[in-house]
Ligand binder design. Sequence first.
Ligand code: DP6
Length: 363
Amino acid sequence: MFTAADFIPKTYSSTIENGNFEWSAPSNIALVKYWGKKDNQIPANPSVSFTLNNCKTITKLAFEKKESKDAFSFDLLFEGKPKEDFKPKIRKFLERIEEYLPFLKDYHFTIDTHNTFPHSSGIASSASGMAALAMNFMSLEKKLNPEMTDDYFYQKASFLARLGSGSACRSVKGNVVVWGNQANIEGSSDLFGVEFPYAIHENFHNYQDTILLVDKGEKQVSSTVGHDLMHNHPYAYSRFAQAHENLDKLIAIFESGNIEEFIKVVESEALTLHAMMMTSMPYFILMKPNTLQIINAIWKFRAETKTPVCFTLDAGANVHVLYPENVSKKVLQFIKNELVGFCQNGQYICDEIGEGSQLIIDN
Ligand code: DP6
């Protein structure tokens, strides 16, 4: 079993003065939700997600050796312009990962980042953003330790991404990613995400996710506050047990291709996440009236047409509409006819399962 100490490097065999990398990392959508954590970004329960393909963060990291090594030094550009208000989050991330990347204070960094989705869309950019940054730092560490194996590279990238934002560890590699110890999933770990290691029926290949932007406003509850609400939550114990059960159910569902059962698990997880928020102290309702309109319209359409379409939710009002590729024409028509009216300015984003992060530049 891995421990965090396995990611502390002993020595580096090489040196590098300057250079730059660029990585893209996708967002992901959880099927079994991560909600509740312990110290050091250890999840209270395991989660599993589909990696997305189109909603991505693209981050360029330029680095240059500097004289003094006593502090972090970096500039941050978002969409090409300096963005001071993102810096504290990045600084906190650097502090958390310094133990594992002891060279961080040796360089001045320029971090130049943008998203392929609108910033104020209510789509969390922390998963894709932290994953893209972690990939870049790992590329730099690989220059210092060229013997590094690919397995270590991706595992440690996910480990670092987790320290930036829990769900980011599921945005590194693979179509379907598990994060958190689960007895029946070999190799699963609280420390990093792993590719789902068992059979996945073709029904789930190229699964589609159309994200309906219901409310693009600022998040009402930050994820830190949200996860904290699970401490002393009256239903925490049974919720965490349920997440394990649902993940076990998904192992069988992925193998059999049973979409009807998939829908039950996924929708129940989404509603449970929101139920946890509604029953915490303080309590929150993060759905909007249009979120419910959409859910009801999906249920009606599914009952009437027997089309296997379902929804999931993040900690907000937007709705992810999930469906197999072979019904995409029909579902997109339904979305255009009946759901777009519930979206803010009629906006939605078509996405589907993707592969994970990708190296764009290595100089
Ligand atoms: C509801 O990963 O954003 O999207 O670790 O505090 O950064 P932090 O939390 P974050 O939480 C995501 C919660 C969720 C469910 C999920 O993605 O599993």
